[in-house]
Design a binder for this molecule. Structure first.
Ligand code: COA
Length: 272
């Protein structure tokens, strides 16, 4: 196998990057619109791993203030365990500012991230709601942007850094709405018959879950809703009690525990 090179992605690399992402079924929910790879290039950094001129892996970071959210690290199976992932990560992640990620259960990923200064904090549970009632409760209206600015300010306090640019970008995508309740906010996106909720947060854990539930209630036509809930979020037992189910899980990791307010935050699975 030839020498591997890690470098920042250029336009011409994007078909190769999307091939890798598609192999891991990462783009299934993003067809026909700008996707999180575009967001990583616009609001962070996307690095490719190349072997003999072919893109065999990539990694992506989204920046919010000083925080780097590692959103992706993927290497094609036939090139795994040969140093490509590590080379991408070394090129991608700053060593002197806070880093967070949602690690898969691949021990190589967990091991690499720990050696990059991050520690496992708690599971991040991807929940799906019970089937939704088809009627809209009173008062469950979504508010469109200009709420993005105020949601962005609250989000910055909860998620550890400002990313109003990325949130405005997301709010402008087809099917995306923003739901602002008393002390909380929740972005939501309709994907076919489903609803992906997040990022969502609030001044208190209750405000966070109120905003999530308001986003769901404002979409009476959907089959089910999905939301990522940190294992330490106080609302978790209540959601499970109400019939939400655990579909999948990652591990929330960070260099700086306390930076992200995990008790009042439900991140977006791709955007953090
Ligand atoms: C995770 C992944 C990106 C790593 O990339 P990679 O190119 O395979 O990894 P590398 O060869 O660069 O590095 C793997 C490191 O893990 C170490 N490692 C292997 N098994 C390990 C284990 N059980 N425990 C701890 N460390 C381990 C290796 O020693 C190596 O470190 P070294 O380079 O210092 O020797 C890649 O394997 C992958 O795409 N996996 C499937 C998708 C996935 O789960 N991605 C993570 C999303 S968060």
């Amino acid at each position: 196998m030839g020498e591997s090179i890690a470098r920042v992605a250029m336009d011409v690399d994007m078909p190769g990057v999307r091939e890798v992402a598609s192999h891991f079924e990462l783009l299934d929910d993003w067809t026909g619109m700008p996707d999180f790879l575009d967001a990583e290039r616009a609001f962070g950094t996307l690095v490719v791993g190349e072997v003999d001129g072919r893109i065999v892996g990539y990694g992506g970071v989204l920046r919010r203030g000083r925080v780097s959210h590692l959103g992706d690290l993927y290497v094609l199976p036939e090139h795994q365990s040969s140093g490509v992932g590590r080379a991408i990560l070394d090129r991608l992640l700053p060593s002197d500012t806070p880093r967070v990620t949602f690690a898969s259960d691949d021990p190589r990923a967990l091991g690499l991230y720990v050696r990059q200064g991050m520690r496992p904090v708690c599971p991040l549970l991807y929940l799906t709601s019970p089937p939704q009632e088809a009627s809209r409760p009173p008062g469950a209206e979504g508010r469109e942007p200009p709420g993005v600015r105020e949601a962005g300010m609250l989000d910055a306090r909860i998620s550890g850094g400002d990313r109003t640019g990325a949130l405005s970008w997301y709010a402008g995508l087809p099917g995306v709405t923003l739901h602002v309740t008393g002390g909380g906010y929740a972005f939501a996106r309709v994907i076919d018959e489903d609803l992906e909720v997040g990022p969502a947060g609030g001044a208190t854990p209750q405000d966070c879950v109120d905003a999530v539930l308001a986003a769901v209630a404002a979409h009476p036509g959907i089959d089910e809703a999905q939301v990522a809930v940190p294992g330490v979020h106080p609302a978790l037992p209540r959601l499970l009690e109400a019939g939400w189910e655990i579909d999948d899980m990652d591990t929330f990791m960070t260099t700086d525990p306390g930076l992200v307010r995990l008790d009042r935050y439900c991140p977006h699975s791709d955007l953090g």
